[in-house]
Design a protein around this ligand. Sequence first.
Ligand code: 13P
Length: 306
Amino acid sequence: MRRTKGRRSGPEQSPNKTSPVPRLTEAASFRIIFRLSFATGEPVRLDPNLLRDHRMRRPFIAGNWKMNLSHRDAVRLAEEIHERVSGIPDRDVALCPTFVSVTGVAQALADSRIQVGGQDCARTDDGAYTGEVSASILKSTGASVVIIGHSERRHVMGETDEVVREKMGKAREHGLRPILCVGETLEERKSGRTLEVVERQIRKGLEGFGGADLTETTIAYEPVWAIGTGEVATPDQAQEVHAAIRGWLKELGGAIGEDIRIQYGGSVKPSNVDGLMAMPDIDGALVGGASLNADDFATLVGFGNG
Ligand code: 13P
């Protein structure tokens, strides 16, 4: 069975273009399933993947290489991943190397449908900001995507919600598609504040965003306690937060909120990707460690075929 939420019309299609397949609401999908069940007399199992098929959200798997790989190794890994994922249909894929390798990786992937992204951008336009990379410079190096507000930037580099908001604005101003990262720490989860924290990060990060900006945005829910620890959120834990995020996105963007993709990130691996991707509001993954291995990353992109 197809497990995608949308259809590609060709390899060069923009990741956010949607196909003309009509969207069914969840309730309508359930009605069809029950009618089928009644007509055939067979009990029909309610499979979340069946609901997924009727949605417009094409799965989006992105690799965040963080501060890893020499330039040469980054280009080589991009080529290997290209070879392994080029035959996998109905998935959007992005790779985010360090800034210095964006151009090389983008050149290596020029003939591919894999998008290239930065891991951050400055909150200001070009100017006297030693060591920073603006959204416009990042765009000029071949990036089309940018990760904003990653937990390592929030918690190691001390980025506030306000800084994240400014960076989101710069990304959109210069035509980059942001992946806005949100997620609670272990302490916040233990004290029952997960949804409060994530809601604040979502509302602040998307402040001032209108329809077109929202359409071009992806959300990545990355619980801080699951990043690089091997401790993945269970599919139910992740789905609970993704469903809440979906609700806030619909509040902010109306019908657009239904189409915005929400990735899960935090110790995603070939062994756990299928369970996560079976959840109705998990539309992809933002992958750290496992994106540094071409076989593992290709398995994640081709989830559901194991
Ligand atoms: P890991 O997949 O290594 O846990 O990292 C997740 C992440 O931070 C992706 O942005």
